[in-house]
Ligand binder design. Structure first.
Ligand code: GLY
Length: 392
C-alpha cells in the first residue's frame, strides 16, 4: 500500500484555471489533428508519439470521435462537430456491414461517438447506428451464466468469459432501452452487472480482469488475466474499469451494493498509487519500478470517481473527490502533451499492453498515447469544469 487518503490530500490540487488551460490545450491538439483524422481515425495507440491513420476498425475509434464531441462542447468550434458528424456516418456503415464487430466493445465504440452525437445534436443517423450496436451487443448475452461474452464467437467454450472492461459497454444498452422503450436491453445489462460483481472483486478489493464460465451449466469457473501481470494481480486499467463501471452501474440501477463495491475497488486503486500518482500498468509495481505507466488508467478512474461523487452525500464523497483532484493534477503536470511537434496525442505515458510470463500479450503501445487515455483525460477535465451530461 503506497498511499492513504490522508497522504493523497497533501498533494497539490488542480485549480479551475489549470483545468481550463489543460482542456484548452487538449482541444488545440485535437484541432491540429483534424486534417489527418477526419476521414480516417487515429490508430489505437501512438508509435514513437504519433498516431497513424487507420480505417474504422478495432475497439478504439469511438474515443477519437468522443474527444471531438468533448472539444465541441468546450469550444463550440463547428469544425469539431463537422468532423464528428462525418465519423458518425462511418460508424453507421461499420455496424450495418458488421466490420470488425465480433466482440463486445459496442459501448466503447458507439457511446462516445454516436450516443454523444444524438444527445448533443439529435443526430438520427447516430441514434440508428447506436441502436444497431446495442442489438449486436445484446446478441452476445449468454443465458448459461447470465453475462455478455467478451470475445470470440458467442458460445465458444475457450472464450466463454466476461471481462471487467465490459461494464463500460453497458450504458449503450441502458440508453437503448430508454430511447426505444424496449426493456430487454436493460435486463441483459442488469444481469451482466450482477454476474460481474459476484465474480470479479476479490477479498482484498483488487479485481480479476476476466472470468470464465462453464458452457453447459453456466457456473463461474475461474478468474484469469489477459492484460495484467499475473492472474492474481490488479491490472491498473482493469481496476479503473471497475471504478468507473461500478459508478455507472449505480447511476443506472441505484443499487446501494454498487456504492460499496465502488468504494472497495476505488480504495484499492488510490491506496496502490505510486508517489507521483501516475499508476504503473499493473499494481504489482510501485514507486521506483522501471516498468511503464498507464496514464489512461488514472484518467478512467478519475472519471469514475467524479461520476460516483454525484450520487454520494458531501461528506462521503469528499475524500474521493480529493483523490480524483490530485490524480488529475498529476496527469496535467506529468502526462499532458505540450508539443505537437513531438506527439499528435493528448495524454502521454499510457500502456496498451505489456507482455508478462503469465499473460498472453506482447508489448504494444508501451509508454505511448492511446485514444481512450486522450478521451477520458478530456472527459475528466470536462467533468471538473462543469456539471456534465454524460455520454455514458
Ligand atoms: N478494453 C481493452 C483495454 O482496456 O485494453
Amino acid at each position: 500500500m503506497a498511499q492513504t487518503f490522508d497522504t493523497i490530500e497533501k498533494y497539490p490540487g488542480l485549480s479551475m484555471e489549470e483545468a481550463r488551460q489543460a482542456l484548452d490545450a487538449a482541444c488545440a491538439v485535437a484541432k491540429a489533428d483534424l486534417g489527418e483524422f477526419t476521414d480516417h481515425f487515429p490508430s489505437s495507440n501512438s508509435f514513437s508519439g504519433f498516431y497513424e491513420p487507420t480505417e474504422n476498425v478495432e475497439w478504439t475509434t469511438g474515443f477519437w470521435t468522443g474527444s471531438l464531441w468533448l472539444a465541441y462542447e468546450h469550444t463550440q468550434d463547428p469544425a469539431f462537430r463537422k468532423a464528428a458528424e462525418i465519423q458518425v456516418e462511418s460508424f453507421l456503415n461499420r455496424i450495418e456491414n458488421k466490420i470488425d464487430v465480433n466482440h463486445h466493445d459496442m459501448g466503447f465504440l458507439y457511446t462516445p461517438s454516436c450516443v454523444a452525437a444524438y444527445k448533443l445534436t439529435g443526430n438520427e443517423t447516430a441514434r440508428k447506428a447506436a441502436i444497431l450496436a446495442a442489438d449486436h451487443l445484446a446478441e452476445r448475452y449468454r443465458e448459461k451464466g447470465n453475462f455478455l461474452q467478451a470475445w470470440g464467437n458467442p458460445g465458444e467454450p475457450k472464450e466463454y468469459r466476461l471481462i471487467i472492461d465490459c461494464l463500460l459497454n453497458l450504458p449503450v444498452l441502458f440508453w437503448a432501452s430508454e430511447t426505444t422503450g424496449d426493456p430487454s436491453y436493460r435486463e441483459k445489462a442488469e444481469n451482466h452487472i450482477r454476474t460481474a460483481m459476484k465474480c470479479l472483486v476479490r477479498p482484498d478489493n483488487s479485481t480479476y480482469h476476466t472470468y470464465f464460465f462453464d458452457t453447459e451449466t453456466g457456473a463461474p469457473l475461474r478468474g484469469v488475466t489477459h492484460q495484467g501481470n499475473r492472474n492474481g494481480s490488479a491490472w491498473a486499467r482493469g481496476q479503473a474499469w471497475g471504478v468507473y463501471g461500478t459508478a455507472l452501474s449505480y447511476r443506472y440501477e441505484k443499487n446501494p451494493a454498487y456504492v460499496e463495491l465502488f468504494k472497495k475497488v476505488t480504495d484499492y486503486f488510490v491506496e496502490h498509487l505510486p508517489e507521483d500518482l501516475v499508476p504503473y500498468w499493473d499494481f504489482d509495481f510501485d514507486t521506483g519500478s522501471s516498468e511503464p505507466r498507464d496514464s489512461s488508467a488514472a484518467a478512467v478512474a478519475v472519471c469514475g470517481i467524479l461520476e460516483m461523487a454525484e450520487h454520494m452525500d458531501g461528506e462521503e464523497a469528499a475524500p474521493y473527490l480529493t483523490a480524483a483532484d490530485r490524480m488529475l493534477k498529476a496527469l496535467v503536470d506529468r502526462c499532458a502533451n505540450r508539443d505537437i511537434k513531438t506527439s499528435n496525442g493528448i495524454l502521454l505515458h499510457g500502456t496498451y499492453a505489456r507482455g508478462s510470463a503469465e499473460n498472453t500479450c506482447t508489448d504494444r503501445g508501451v509508454d505511448e498515447c492511446n485514444t481512450w487515455g486522450d478521451y477520458f483525460y478530456m472527459e475528466a477535465l470536462t467533468r471538473r469544469l462543469k456539471k456534465w451530461n454524460p455520454y455514458w
